[in-house]
Design a protein around this ligand. Structure first.
Ligand SMILES: Nc1ncnc2c1ncn2[C@@H]1O[C@H](COP(=O)(O)OP(=O)(O)OP(=O)(O)O)[C@@H](O)[C@H]1O
Length: 270
């Protein structure tokens, strides 16, 4: 039997903090699913993490609906949510010197619960996702002693060990060197090719264009654009979004590039 297509969908979502005084999302609509890599762009404080927390069930929308694989999120238990969607935080460091294997094994928690020890099947899953991300050589190294790029791959492995087909990633390329950025893109593209859906937030429109099959822009509580990268990233939109004037052009290799317009971004010309 074919597995149902993994999908996440927010429709017309409002979210208020501070007992309704502060509106962060108002009528936000965004979906993503298997085979897609969607990049979410938005200025600092636009609400990207808030939107992620809604999708992961850590926050409840004031109104509108959130669905995972077609089911209202509110009808799913924490465990059912964790089997559908996994979160990859920005390469954070825990104070505890867990090994890479132990960190990835934490991804099995929704399956094993706190009381049951990992079984042979869990260990096999952990080893196979570690191999998939090419970090076998790190398996017994303390997570606190590996590089930022290696930590990011470990966190992706942990999310895959969870078994979720949908991955939500907070600025996954931040702090990665050029090699790790390219490796990360290759992993994301392999994941989407084998039926995962990926939603990433990023502060870099050019990175979003290299990484994503679709780009969505969150501005003033709404998704103001959502579509093919080349169509969404325009000079006018990026200039308005970040309050700096940029020019957009296509380089000889067909990639879309951005460049600040000299002398128009508050810096004295010298
Ligand atoms: N628990 C909370 N209570 C009140 N306000 C909050 C809470 N969490 C976030 N906010 C506010 O909601 C707004 C959106 O925050 P959010 O972290 O979602 O933005 P973001 O787009 O992820 O920002 P950044 O790019 O800087 O990480 C911000 O103004 C933030 O101060």
């Amino acid at each position: 039997m074919r597995e149902p297509r993994a999908t996440a969908q927010l429709r017309g979502v409002d979210l208020h903090f501070s007992r309704g005084k502060r509106s962060v999302l108002s009528g936000a609509t965004l979906g993503f699913g298997a085979g897609e890599i969607v990049a979410l762009l938005g200025a600092n404080g636009a609400g990207k993490s808030t939107l992620f927390r809604l999708l992961l069930g850590f926050l409840t929308a004031s109104s509108g609906e959130v669905r995972l694989d077609g089911a209202p999120l509110a009808s799913l238990s924490r465990r059912e949510i964790a089997k559908r969607v996994a979160y990859v935080p920005q390469g954070h460091v825990t104070p505890f010197p867990y090994t890479v294997r132990e960190v990835v094994t934490l991804g099995r928690l929704p399956e094993t619960g706190l009381l049951r020890a990992p079984r042979a099947e869990d260990r096999e899953i952990v080893e196979s996702v570690i191999a998939r991300l090419g970090i076998e050589r790190l398996i017994d190294r303390p997570y606190t002693e590996i590089s930022g790029g290696e930590r990011q791959l470990t966190l992706i492995a942990r999310a895959l060990a969870q078994g979720a087909r949908l991955l939500v990633m907070d600025e996954p390329a931040t702090g990665l060197d050029y090699g790790y950025q390219l490796r990360l893109m290759r992993h994301l593209s392999d994941l989407s090719a084998d039926g995962h859906g990926v939603l990433v937030s990023t502060h870099h429109p050019e990175q979003a264009m290299q990484l994503a099959t679709r780009i969505a822009i969150l501005n003033e509580g709404r998704i103001e654009a959502d579509g093919a990268p080349q169509a969404v990233v325009t000079a006018d939109r990026i200039s308005r979004l970040y309050g700096v004037e940029v020019a957009v052009f296509d380089d000889p290799f067909g990639a879309r590039r951005l460049a600040p317009v000299a002398g128009r971004n508050g810096r004295a010309e010298g």
